[in-house]
Design a protein around this ligand. Sequence first.
Ligand SMILES: C[S@@+](CC[C@H](N)C(=O)[O-])C[C@H]1O[C@@H](n2cnc3c(N)ncnc32)[C@H](O)[C@@H]1O
Length: 214
Amino acid sequence: MPKDVDTDRLRESWQRYAPRYDRDIRLIERIQFGGGREWVCSQADGDVLEVAVGTGRNLPYYPPQVRLTGIDFSPAMLDIARQRATELGRAVELREADAEALPFPDASFDTVVCTLGLCGIPDDQAAIAEMYRVLRPAGRLLLLDHIDSHHRLIHYGQHLLEKLTLRMIGDYQTRRPLPLVEQAGFVIHRRERLKAGTVERLAATKPGSPGLCI
Ligand SMILES: C[S@@+](CC[C@H](N)C(=O)[O-])C[C@H]1O[C@@H](n2cnc3c(N)ncnc32)[C@H](O)[C@@H]1O
Protein backbone atom coordinates (compact mmCIF):
# COMPACT_ATOMS: atom_id res chain seq x y z
CA MET A 1 0.00 0.00 0.00
CA PRO A 2 1.55 3.35 -0.93
CA LYS A 3 2.33 5.76 1.88
CA ASP A 4 0.22 8.89 1.67
CA VAL A 5 1.38 10.32 5.00
CA ASP A 6 4.73 11.88 5.78
CA THR A 7 6.21 9.84 8.66
CA ASP A 8 8.33 12.72 10.02
CA ARG A 9 5.30 14.99 10.19
CA LEU A 10 3.27 12.27 11.88
CA ARG A 11 6.02 11.64 14.44
CA GLU A 12 6.05 15.36 15.21
CA SER A 13 2.28 15.26 15.81
CA TRP A 14 2.75 12.41 18.32
CA GLN A 15 5.64 14.25 19.95
CA ARG A 16 3.35 17.22 20.56
CA TYR A 17 0.38 15.09 21.59
CA ALA A 18 2.30 12.86 24.04
CA PRO A 19 1.70 14.92 27.23
CA ARG A 20 -2.10 14.85 26.61
CA TYR A 21 -2.49 11.25 25.43
CA ASP A 22 -3.08 9.54 28.78
CA ARG A 23 -5.63 12.11 29.89
CA ASP A 24 -7.52 12.04 26.57
CA ILE A 25 -7.60 8.25 26.13
CA ARG A 26 -8.71 7.34 29.67
CA LEU A 27 -12.46 7.84 29.18
CA ILE A 28 -12.59 6.54 25.58
CA GLU A 29 -10.65 3.51 26.73
CA ARG A 30 -13.17 2.72 29.48
CA ILE A 31 -16.22 3.21 27.24
CA GLN A 32 -14.99 1.71 23.97
CA PHE A 33 -12.16 -0.66 24.81
CA GLY A 34 -13.00 -1.80 28.35
CA GLY A 35 -11.36 -5.16 29.12
CA GLY A 36 -9.43 -5.08 25.83
CA ARG A 37 -5.99 -4.50 27.28
CA GLU A 38 -6.54 -7.34 29.76
CA TRP A 39 -7.76 -9.61 26.91
CA VAL A 40 -4.64 -8.96 24.84
CA CYS A 41 -1.97 -8.96 27.53
CA SER A 42 -3.23 -12.04 29.37
CA GLN A 43 -2.51 -14.10 26.20
CA ALA A 44 1.06 -12.82 25.83
CA ASP A 45 3.81 -15.29 26.54
CA GLY A 46 7.61 -15.60 26.43
CA ASP A 47 9.57 -12.92 24.55
CA VAL A 48 6.99 -10.24 23.83
CA LEU A 49 7.27 -7.29 21.44
CA GLU A 50 4.74 -4.50 21.76
CA VAL A 51 4.61 -2.43 18.56
CA ALA A 52 3.64 1.26 18.91
CA VAL A 53 3.78 0.90 22.70
CA GLY A 54 2.93 4.58 23.20
CA THR A 55 2.89 5.64 26.85
CA GLY A 56 2.89 2.02 28.00
CA ARG A 57 -0.76 1.75 28.99
CA ASN A 58 -0.63 -2.04 28.60
CA LEU A 59 2.29 -2.45 31.01
CA PRO A 60 0.16 -3.15 34.11
CA TYR A 61 -1.66 -6.01 32.37
CA TYR A 62 1.19 -8.29 31.25
CA PRO A 63 1.89 -11.47 33.22
CA PRO A 64 4.99 -10.84 35.36
CA GLN A 65 7.06 -13.60 33.70
CA VAL A 66 7.00 -12.21 30.12
CA ARG A 67 10.19 -10.62 28.77
CA LEU A 68 8.97 -7.38 27.32
CA THR A 69 10.29 -5.12 24.55
CA GLY A 70 8.36 -2.08 23.29
CA ILE A 71 8.96 0.12 20.28
CA ASP A 72 7.47 3.42 19.22
CA PHE A 73 8.64 6.12 16.82
CA SER A 74 7.88 8.94 19.28
CA PRO A 75 10.57 9.55 21.94
CA ALA A 76 8.09 11.65 23.95
CA MET A 77 5.61 8.75 24.15
CA LEU A 78 8.49 6.43 25.11
CA ASP A 79 9.61 8.77 27.91
CA ILE A 80 6.18 8.47 29.51
CA ALA A 81 6.24 4.68 29.04
CA ARG A 82 9.66 4.57 30.79
CA GLN A 83 8.29 6.54 33.71
CA ARG A 84 5.26 4.22 33.92
CA ALA A 85 7.52 1.13 33.85
CA THR A 86 9.61 2.57 36.70
CA GLU A 87 6.53 3.32 38.78
CA LEU A 88 5.23 -0.21 38.19
CA GLY A 89 8.63 -1.82 38.79
CA ARG A 90 8.19 -3.51 35.40
CA ALA A 91 11.30 -4.50 33.42
CA VAL A 92 10.90 -3.51 29.77
CA GLU A 93 13.30 -2.61 26.99
CA LEU A 94 11.91 0.46 25.22
CA ARG A 95 13.36 1.47 21.85
CA GLU A 96 12.69 4.15 19.30
CA ALA A 97 11.83 2.40 16.02
CA ASP A 98 9.49 2.44 13.06
CA ALA A 99 6.84 -0.31 13.03
CA GLU A 100 7.29 -0.57 9.27
CA ALA A 101 10.98 -1.54 9.58
CA LEU A 102 11.50 -3.30 12.92
CA PRO A 103 15.15 -3.42 14.09
CA PHE A 104 15.03 -7.10 15.06
CA PRO A 105 16.16 -10.28 13.29
CA ASP A 106 13.60 -12.73 11.89
CA ALA A 107 11.91 -15.02 14.44
CA SER A 108 12.94 -13.03 17.55
CA PHE A 109 9.68 -13.09 19.54
CA ASP A 110 7.02 -15.50 20.83
CA THR A 111 4.31 -12.84 20.93
CA VAL A 112 3.70 -9.56 19.13
CA VAL A 113 1.14 -7.16 20.60
CA CYS A 114 -0.31 -4.04 19.01
CA THR A 115 -3.17 -2.07 20.58
CA LEU A 116 -4.66 1.06 19.02
CA GLY A 117 -1.61 1.15 16.78
CA LEU A 118 -2.56 -0.20 13.36
CA CYS A 119 -5.19 2.53 13.02
CA GLY A 120 -2.39 5.09 12.83
CA ILE A 121 0.70 3.43 11.38
CA PRO A 122 0.87 4.86 7.83
CA ASP A 123 1.52 1.55 6.05
CA ASP A 124 -0.41 -0.99 8.13
CA GLN A 125 0.31 -3.77 5.63
CA ALA A 126 4.08 -3.25 5.96
CA ALA A 127 3.76 -3.21 9.77
CA ILE A 128 1.82 -6.51 9.78
CA ALA A 129 4.43 -8.07 7.48
CA GLU A 130 7.12 -6.98 9.95
CA MET A 131 5.15 -8.46 12.87
CA TYR A 132 5.02 -11.74 10.94
CA ARG A 133 8.73 -11.64 10.18
CA VAL A 134 9.88 -11.10 13.77
CA LEU A 135 7.57 -13.77 15.21
CA ARG A 136 8.87 -17.31 15.73
CA PRO A 137 6.93 -20.17 14.11
CA ALA A 138 3.78 -20.82 16.20
CA GLY A 139 4.21 -17.31 17.64
CA ARG A 140 1.15 -15.29 18.57
CA LEU A 141 -0.13 -11.98 17.20
CA LEU A 142 -2.52 -10.10 19.50
CA LEU A 143 -4.36 -7.03 18.26
CA LEU A 144 -6.91 -4.59 19.66
CA ASP A 145 -8.16 -1.69 17.61
CA HIS A 146 -11.08 0.41 16.46
CA ILE A 147 -12.16 -0.59 12.97
CA ASP A 148 -14.71 0.18 10.28
CA SER A 149 -18.23 -0.69 11.46
CA HIS A 150 -20.50 -2.88 9.32
CA HIS A 151 -23.45 -0.56 10.22
CA ARG A 152 -23.89 1.89 7.39
CA LEU A 153 -24.79 4.91 9.55
CA ILE A 154 -21.95 4.35 11.98
CA HIS A 155 -19.57 3.82 9.06
CA TYR A 156 -20.67 7.19 7.66
CA GLY A 157 -19.98 8.86 11.02
CA GLN A 158 -16.56 7.19 11.19
CA HIS A 159 -15.81 8.38 7.68
CA LEU A 160 -16.56 11.98 8.70
CA LEU A 161 -14.56 11.70 11.95
CA GLU A 162 -11.64 10.26 9.99
CA LYS A 163 -11.26 13.49 8.04
CA LEU A 164 -10.47 15.20 11.35
CA THR A 165 -8.38 12.49 13.03
CA LEU A 166 -6.28 11.88 9.93
CA ARG A 167 -5.36 15.53 9.84
CA MET A 168 -4.64 15.67 13.60
CA ILE A 169 -2.63 12.47 14.23
CA GLY A 170 -2.92 10.31 11.10
CA ASP A 171 -5.55 8.13 12.77
CA TYR A 172 -7.82 6.07 10.46
CA GLN A 173 -11.32 5.17 11.65
CA THR A 174 -12.25 2.89 8.75
CA ARG A 175 -9.43 0.39 8.59
CA ARG A 176 -9.94 -3.38 8.81
CA PRO A 177 -6.78 -5.27 9.80
CA LEU A 178 -8.28 -8.78 9.50
CA PRO A 179 -7.81 -9.31 5.71
CA LEU A 180 -4.26 -7.96 5.92
CA VAL A 181 -3.46 -10.28 8.83
CA GLU A 182 -4.77 -13.25 6.83
CA GLN A 183 -2.91 -12.15 3.68
CA ALA A 184 0.32 -11.94 5.67
CA GLY A 185 0.00 -15.67 6.40
CA PHE A 186 -1.41 -15.70 9.93
CA VAL A 187 -4.05 -18.19 11.05
CA ILE A 188 -6.83 -16.50 13.02
CA HIS A 189 -7.89 -18.40 16.10
CA ARG A 190 -9.87 -15.85 18.11
CA ARG A 191 -11.79 -12.85 16.88
CA GLU A 192 -14.24 -10.65 18.77
CA ARG A 193 -16.12 -7.70 17.34
CA LEU A 194 -17.69 -5.36 19.85
CA LYS A 195 -19.37 -1.96 20.14
CA ALA A 196 -21.51 -2.14 16.99
CA GLY A 197 -18.59 -3.58 15.07
CA THR A 198 -16.27 -0.65 15.79
CA VAL A 199 -13.84 -2.58 18.01
CA GLU A 200 -11.95 -5.73 17.10
CA ARG A 201 -9.88 -8.09 19.23
CA LEU A 202 -7.78 -10.54 17.22
CA ALA A 203 -5.56 -13.44 18.21
CA ALA A 204 -3.67 -15.11 15.37
CA THR A 205 -0.78 -17.53 15.00
CA LYS A 206 2.16 -17.70 12.64
CA PRO A 207 2.08 -21.22 11.15
CA GLY A 208 4.87 -23.63 12.03
CA SER A 209 6.19 -25.65 14.90
CA PRO A 210 7.84 -24.00 17.89
CA GLY A 211 11.62 -24.19 17.59
CA LEU A 212 11.49 -24.64 13.82
CA CYS A 213 12.78 -21.54 12.02
CA ILE A 214 12.29 -21.68 8.25
C1 LIG B 1 -3.07 5.71 19.60
S1 LIG B 1 -1.43 5.54 20.16
C2 LIG B 1 -1.52 3.92 20.90
C3 LIG B 1 -0.50 3.73 21.99
C4 LIG B 1 -0.60 2.40 22.73
N1 LIG B 1 -0.38 1.28 21.85
C5 LIG B 1 -1.92 2.24 23.45
O1 LIG B 1 -2.56 1.18 23.33
O2 LIG B 1 -2.31 3.17 24.19
C6 LIG B 1 -0.56 5.23 18.63
C7 LIG B 1 0.93 5.09 18.81
O3 LIG B 1 1.49 4.65 17.57
C8 LIG B 1 2.74 5.26 17.41
N2 LIG B 1 3.10 5.14 15.99
C9 LIG B 1 2.41 5.60 14.92
N3 LIG B 1 3.04 5.26 13.78
C10 LIG B 1 4.15 4.56 14.14
C11 LIG B 1 5.19 3.92 13.41
N4 LIG B 1 5.24 3.95 12.09
N5 LIG B 1 6.15 3.27 14.11
C12 LIG B 1 6.14 3.24 15.46
N6 LIG B 1 5.16 3.83 16.21
C13 LIG B 1 4.19 4.47 15.56
C14 LIG B 1 2.53 6.67 17.93
O4 LIG B 1 3.73 7.31 18.26
C15 LIG B 1 1.65 6.38 19.16
O5 LIG B 1 2.45 6.19 20.30
